[in-house]
Design a protein around this ligand. Structure first.
Ligand code: HPA
Length: 284
């Protein structure tokens, strides 16, 4: 193993030791909250909050709408860990940094992950405020979190991505939507690097190649977690229609406003999802 790889692994283990010391055993489920979707973290009871700057080697983000806090607490019956905020590739971090936090949670022992994001609607039948269960993704970020020497301790060189978004967890998300009386969409998430929003021509291309939504996150984390053989599912909050669909220009404030508007639906979906995961665990 190269020096760089072994130092990355040592850093992961230092982070895990810190998490063990301050939060004990790893919860079974982690939820990563996207732009403006941090309110779910306030729902947890008996919560222990760790700001990313307090966790060794955890990268911190400067994007507005991203708190940068790890919250470990109870959601109903189940103890969960919530990542409120993440770092993005467009901030200039290497991919390995973008996936550091989820890798640390997985190495701590978290088995299941629900990754959320704000995304633009590429599918013209979508509306701002829709929630989309991610069925699959297109990696169009121009990079990959597993480039370079493989860290065998984390996973194999050529990981399978046939069920990158775990069918059982996806089914639980759909059942959670029914239980919460919400209608959700399902579709393919295209991950691009950003930070500019796409051009209308790019959006037409994305639609032609099978994307339903577009965003600037999630894909690296989902790849890194599949590498580590973790079960992953994802939800996009469609905060705006993608470029060229409506007349109006795209603006980050619209993303934040829509995320704020659907906050209650989003929280309700995640709450019901966590309850179903808890029920499934108690049956297993
Ligand atoms: N494009 C890319 N990323 C996004 C969008 C979008 O339209 N909306 C929210 N995140």
């Amino acid at each position: 193993m190269s020096l760089e790889m072994s130092s990355y692994l040592s850093k992961l283990d230092e982070t895990v030791a810190h998490l063990r010391q301050h939060a004990g055993q790893a919860p079974h489920l982690a939820l990563v909250l996207g732009s403006g979707l941090g309110a779910f973290a306030d729902e947890l009871t008996e919560a222990k909050r760790l700001h990313y700057s307090q966790v060794p080697h955890f990268p911190t983000s400067k994007v507005s709408g991203h708190a940068g806090e790890l919250v470990i607490g109870n959601c109903g019956e189940l103890r969960v860990v919530v990542m409120s905020g993440r770092v993005h590739y467009y901030e200039g971090h290497p991919m390995s940094t973008c996936v550091f936090a989820v890798r640390a949670l997985a190495r701590w022992g978290v088995e299941q992950f629900c990754i959320t994001n704000s995304a633009g609607g590429v599918d013209t039948s979508f509306h701002p405020g829709d929630l989309m269960v991610i069925t699959d993704h297109l990696n169009l970020m121009g990079s990959h979190p597993l480039l370079g020497g493989n860290i065998d301790e984390l996973g194999v060189r050529f990981p399978d991505m046939s069920h990158a978004y775990n069918p059982q967890l996806r089914a639980l998300l759909c059942s959670a939507a029914i239980a919460a009386s919400l209608s959700v969409r399902q579709g393919v998430y295209a991950g691009l690097s950003g930070p500019s929003y796409e051009t209308p021509a790019e959006i037409r291309m994305l639609r032609a190649i099978g994307a339903n939504a577009v965003g600037m996150s999630t894909v690296p984390e989902v790849i890194a977690l599949n590498h580590m053989k973790r079960k992953v599912c994802g939800v996009s909050c469609i905060t705006n229609m993608a470029a060229g669909i409506l007349e109006q220009p795209l603006d980050h404030s619209e993303v934040k406003e829509t995320a704020e508007r659907v906050k209650d639906d989003f929280i309700s979906l995640l709450r019901h999802f966590v309850a179903l995961v808890a029920k499934q665990g108690s049956r297993a």
